[in-house]
Ligand binder design. Structure first.
Ligand code: TXA
Ligand code: MG
Length: 348
């Protein structure tokens, strides 16, 4: 199949492009669409065959549910049933973070097909801030089910070029609006009641809406520590597999202040944070790529993380990747989550 790439310049009137993409979706086709987080592989969420095609193209297991994207928060009402006791908190979250990189897992109405939610009674909803995804959803007049536009378990694409490397030839259309401004997948929250019956959220996936940003807006339930925590969260977060976001080469996480002892005969590439750590000063690297050169800004590192992982993976000389551990505050938590998953052995 030939993949058409349509460049979208947000300074132009993009309505024609949105209509064209919406007509591909209406016919059951798939379109890769940019969002502020990562590129999504979109299908009409109410068309079960199109959604099945998403799973097939991505080689994604059917137990891993999809996120539905809406043109605005009001459009979600038709598809979910929010319990009265959670309504005020959901409204507050929506007002604060939508449009934006927040996904809310809410009880669904029957109109959402089982295949979208892997049979769960809830559906993941998001109103992205990226005009292109919202524009296409508006023209389609239905939610767009869209996982990240990569093959299952691979690194999420943050540019149209990365989408083409993952899915070129397998899908009919890619909308190219350049690089994603956040670079990390949305924060996933599940509104629920806490042990005292008060509204709270479970943090199912760390992302650009950090714990710090949620403070003062709603209570975030502590997952607790150790295995008990995993058992608590796992049933609510299907698809959050330990091994994910993975390059094809082995990736090792390393403390930037500790000496790395390379294995003989292995060519290592280093992903550094700022670029001036003791680890970066070692002479065993065939390639070094900083996430936030010089300035050490988590927001800059987040935007570049997946692109740098991809570049390192594509670097011919490099056989194994070492990535510096990042400070676990703010966006650093979401990045460390992705890096830990990338470092986990396949099949875990
Ligand atoms: O930023 C994002 O969220 C991007 C862009 C395209 O919007 N999308 C994305 O989708 O990251 P994906 O498919 O790679 O990750 C979706 C994850 C699933 O793996 C699952 O963990 C969670 O969302 N999810 C979806 N529906 C859910 C549900 N009903 N209950 C709990 N978790 C759900
Ligand atoms: Mg994904």
């Amino acid at each position: 199949m030939e993949t058409r790439v349509i460049e979208v310049d947000l300074l132009d009137d993009c309505r024609k492009v949105y209509k064209e993409a919406a007509s591909v979706l209406t016919e059951g086709g798939l379109v890769a669409i940019p969002t502020e987080t990562v590129y999504g592989l979109g299908a009409d969420a109410l068309n079960t065959e199109a959604v099945a095609e998403v799973f097939s193209v991505k080689e994604r297991p059917s137990f891993d549910p999809l996120i539905c994207h809406f043109a605005n928060a009001k459009a979600i009402r038709e598809y979910v049933e929010i319990p009265e006791e959670l309504q005020a908190m959901v409204d507050k979250l929506a007002k604060e973070f939508w449009p934006g990189p927040m996904t809310l897992v809410l009880p669904r109405k029957a109109i959402i097909p089982d295949i979208v939610t892997s049979g769960l009674p809830t559906v993941a909803c998001r109103v992205p801030s990226h005009e292109v995804m919202r524009g296409v959803a508006r023209e389609l007049g239905r939610p767009i089910a869209a996982p990240s536009a990569n093959r299952f378990g691979h690194i999420s694409p943050t540019s149209a070029g990365a989408v083409l490397k993952e899915l070129g030839g397998a899908i009919p259309m890619v909308l190219d609006a350049g690089a994603c401004s956040e670079g990390l997948e949305s924060t996933i929250l599940m509104p629920c009641l806490d042990e005292k019956g008060k509204p709270a959220v479970r943090l199912l996936r760390e992302g650009p809406i950090t714990r710090e940003k949620l403070r003062g807006i709603c209570r975030v339930l502590k997952p607790g520590k150790g295995k008990a925590a995993e058992e608590e969260v796992q049933p609510h977060a299907p698809g959050q597999l330990k091994s994910h976001y993975a390059p094809t080469k082995p990736l090792i996480l390393w403390n930037p202040r500790e000496e790395f002892v390379p294995e003989d005969g292995v060519a290592y590439g280093l992903i550094t944070y700022e670029g001036d750590s003791p680890l970066a000063a070692q002479d065993c690297w065939v390639e070094t790529m900083p996430l936030s050169p010089g300035s050490g800004r988590l927001a800059e590192a987040a935007v570049r993380l997946f692109a740098v992982m991809r570049a390192m993976d594509e670097c011919e000389e490099v056989q194994a990747i070492v990535a510096e551990e990042l400070p676990e505050t703010g966006l650093g938590c979401a990045m460390m989550d992705r890096l830990r998953r990338a470092a986990a052995k396949r099949g875990e």
